[in-house]
Design a protein around this ligand. Sequence first.
Ligand code: NAD
Length: 385
Amino acid sequence: MRKTVYYIEGDGIGPEVWKAARPVLEKALEIAYAGEKELEWIELLAGEKAFNETGRYLPQFTLDTLSRASLAIKGPLATPVSGGFRSLNVTLRQTLDLYACIRPVRYFQGIESPLKRPDLVDMVVFRENTEDVYAGIEWSANSPEARRLIAFLRDELMVDVAENAAIGLKPVTEKGCKRLVRKAVQYAVDQNRTSVTLVHKGNIMKFTEGAFRTWGYELAKDEFAASTIAEDQAGSGSKVVIKDRIADAMFQEVLIRPDQYSVIATTNLNGDYLSDALAAQVGGLGLAPGVNMSDDLAFFEPTHGTAPTIAGKDMANPGSLILSGAMLLEHAGWEKAARLIHQAVEKVIQSKKVTVDLASQIQGATQVGCGEFGELVGINLQGQC
Ligand code: NAD
């Protein structure tokens, strides 16, 4: 069986982590299924490589192809902090309606974590990906648009905003919240997870973040009544417990009581912060995989960015991309190959031959380059199962 995977190398460390990761995925498939299951890789252009070859950062052909695809994987794409350049990542998420960003966070034995019991960290973050302050609806201070909106707020809604304020909007819809929570609860039910926690800042932003909480509980009650139960009614049964936590408290909770949290569903900005913080608890961005999903396309990507200061120096950790690839294999139904990769990554970490980001967290570690780390994972695929 052959499945087509579209891939984008990405900017910065993208090409080097890609070069290290792809052979690992192919070898895992070969070992697990002896050539019976294969990936057909087709490259798509985006980012600097696309600009150099076509004069556009995100060619229409790339978007059109992805809009018809079911499996894709990408490296990180660069976005300058200010200026007229819209984030390619945000554009991809919004154009392709990749509404759920899913990031599993687990501990690999051998990493020295700031936590006492990092082994208790086993969470999957479902982050809403298209709404919230990420929708890109904002105007700079003193722009005609900002001034017009401020005048409207003052004259029509009796709301006072300083005339020279920059303005951004935070749209949150029932449809957007419910489809994200639906994916999270379905995952929890399918994977026998213990709970889904709705993370929000509803005590302050009542009609956006608070609504996320309300709609989340509503969805669980309306669509998953037989398999879920709200925390305040939970007994000792096996139903998935639906609970909620305020975002700031949640950052404390995942540090001191990680075993109480399994699946997390949250709005866009909360999810962005929380997934980086969780990644740091178990080894950092070098081991943080993820996927952005619509109803049709699963688009895998590491959580990290282009790491410009180490790009081209063979220092990056390809672990996030390798583990994102393992998620892709799992999604394709090829769990055996995915399991081999997880075991091999753990073995390499335990051998203490790791890239610089992990070497600084493991006593007595030997630092290896990006390419060598990939090769070591490949070697350790053999003999696993
Ligand atoms: P970053 O993730 O690139 O780097 C943060 C820190 O982590 C840096 O110290 C970096 O060296 C380190 N790091 C990241 N990945 C690593 C890896 N694989 N191995 C070892 N160390 C690693 O975040 P940033 O500096 O905020 O962003 C740089 C650029 O990447 C920006 O243009 C940003 O917009 C973009 N970005 C893209 C994505 C994406 O494509 N999904 C995600 C985040 C940031």
